[in-house]
Design a protein around this ligand. Structure first.
Ligand SMILES: Cc1cc2nc3c(=O)[nH]c(=O)nc-3n(C[C@H](O)[C@H](O)[C@H](O)COP(=O)(O)OP(=O)(O)OC[C@H]3O[C@@H](n4cnc5c(N)ncnc54)[C@H](O)[C@@H]3O)c2cc1C
Length: 474
């Protein structure tokens, strides 16, 4: 049977690598088996369009990496990672040619929001002040440890509602409502759903507290740094080593699976209690994404000057427009005017040949929906940046099916390991105090189908590995 290990990890995404590093740092022997030829899962980069143009195939903004207690504790810079910050984290233009802009400074942000500036400061000021207490609690296992009850209660009162009720309760004008809607729509859920305000508050606060940087040279550098740390600790990684059944693995005391809930049912359903397997199979996935990467001849010609300062631009106009666009994919429709999440890199010139640029954008589409909506995405960019289409030298397009071919965890194009409905934020993948541990001794789930969910933070893997260490690898 060959070698045996303390732990085998299936999947080398950020969470699988975080789990493996956590175990290796505790002195345990670890093997990671990755299906793809390259490591990183949804944290990889490639020359998708033309030679010399580096694109992040999936994740690009490393706001959660900065907030993550696990990643903050790793010597990532020593292993090649450099984070580069745009002047502003995100911007949201309206048709009047002006944009609300989220700068690191809450005051500077408020200046872009007219009469709602004071309300933005009142909403985000206390959260930014408490961020160092909030981030570890919100990224840990649920329910959060009550170490800072006042900070958590203040957050909870604002977070346990819909993005619409929060925006309408706090703001009067479209610029502030739109700026909040754009960041809350990272939830990939209708903005009227309870809990969508939490996405806007967490990501909005991270924009002020730490910023929204990207990795110099591409997100792959973050995955490569994690691999380098793991190897320095003696951990082993095998690529092009897809696992179809947990029985194929070499002997180990624990197995940690960086796959989503339904994939776990396929890998281990024959050994898990039928009731648990059924719950994994009924775990719900959300809309897919349709993604476009561009090689550009020049920076995007935004009408609103503030958009030139930001890394991320949320396109779609008013709160009501975004709300309608985000409801469509849940009801099986492709939005005519989608909410578009765009990232540009004029502040990070290493991604393109001298004088040239890259940009990345996606919109949400029905689960598994493969209609080509590239034109709808480009029309939304053109709406706020006339002349944009003339700057395109080349493009790469990925539909939900292509996303899933690139990474088996992107079921139907769902990028967060399962839908972010309130019930699945609390019960991820099933309701219980220890969602990482399955009923089968030694088998753990460590992907974004566990708390705290999607994003490059590694906390699902780190949390799962800590529990495995405590329970079975003492
Ligand atoms: C288009 C897109 C944009 C995103 N943008 C951002 C962003 O800007 N910022 C951010 O923080 N997050 C972003 N995300 C989300 C973030 O990338 C994910 O939440 C994160 O990568 C999840 O990490 P993970 O380790 O759980 O899973 P993954 O990154 O999906 O990794 C899972 C790994 O497991 C492997 N695997 C699956 N099945 C098997 C098997 N049977 N055998 C062996 N290996 C297997 C896969 O090949 C993959 O390498 C984005 C995601 C996508 C898709």
């Amino acid at each position: 049977m060959g070698e045996s290990y303390d732990a085998v990890v299936i999947g080398a995404g950020p969470n699988g690598l975080a789990a493996a590093i956590t175990l290796a740092q505790a002195g345990r022997s670890v093997l990671v088996r990755e299906a793809n030829a390259t490591v990183g899962g949804s944290c990889r980069s490639a020359e998708l369009t033309l030679p010399g143009f580096i694109h992040d195939i999936c994740s690009t903004v490393q706001a959660l990496a900065l907030a993550s207690p696990f990643l903050r504790g790793q010597p990532l810079a020593e292993h090649g990672l450099e984070l580069v910050h745009p002047q502003a984290s995100f911007a949201h233009p309206q048709d009047d040619g002006h944009a609300g802009v989220a700068y690191r400074s809450v005051d500077q942000t408020a200046e872009t929001l007219g009469r709602d500036g004071v309300a933005w400061k009142k909403l985000f000021g206390p959260l930014v002040r408490d961020w160092e207490k909030l981030a570890p609690a919100l990224l840990g296992p649920l329910p959060p440890a009550p170490k800072h009850p006042f900070a958590l209660a203040n957050f909870g009162l604002k977070a346990l509602r819909s993005a619409r009720s929060l925006a309408e309760g706090w703001f009067e004008g479209e610029h502030a409502k739109g700026l909040f809607a754009g960041v809350a729509a990272h939830s990939i859920a209708p903005l009227e759903w309870t809990g969508t305000s939490a996405f806007g508050l967490v990501l909005g606060t991270s924009a002020h507290a730490g910023g929204w940087p990207v990795a110099r040279g591409g997100s792959q550098k973050l995955a490569d740094a994690l691999v380098s740390i793991l190897r320095s600790l003696g951990g082993r990684i095998e690529t092009q080593a897809r696992v179809d059944n947990i029985d194929e693995l070499p002997p180990s005391k624990v197995i940690l699976c960086d796959v989503t809930a339904r994939q776990l049912a396929k890998l281990a359903g024959h050994k898990l209690p039928a009731r648990y397997t059924k719950r994994l199979q009924s775990f719900r996935y959300g809309p897919g994404v349709h993604k476009v990467d561009w090689a550009l001849s020049e920076p995007i010609p935004w009408k609103a000057a503030g958009c030139r300062d930001a890394g991320t631009i949320h396109l779609g106009g008013t709160f009501d427009e975004l709300s309608s666009a985000e409801r469509d994919p849940w009801e099986g429709r492709f939005a005519e005017k989608p909410y578009v999440l765009l990232v540009q890199y004029p502040f990070e010139p290493s991604r393109a040949p001298a004088g040239k640029h890259t940009a990345w954008a996606y919109c949400h589409v029905p689960h598994g929906g493969d209609l080509d909506v590239t034109d709808r995405i480009e029309r939304q960019v053109e709406r706020f940046a006339p002349g944009f289409k003339d700057t395109i030298i080349a493009r790469s397009v990925m539909t939900p099916s292509e996303m899933e071919r690139h990474n088996a965890n992107l079921i139907g194009g769902d990028i967060t390991g399962g839908a972010n409905m309130f019930s699945q934020i609390l019960a991820r993948p099933v309701l219980g105090l220890n969602p990482y541990k399955t009923p089968l001794k030694g088998l753990y789930l460590c992907s974004s189908s566990t708390p705290p969910g999607g994003g490059v933070h590694g906390m699902c893997g780190h949390n799962a590995a800590r529990i495995a260490l405590r329970n079975e690898l003492k």
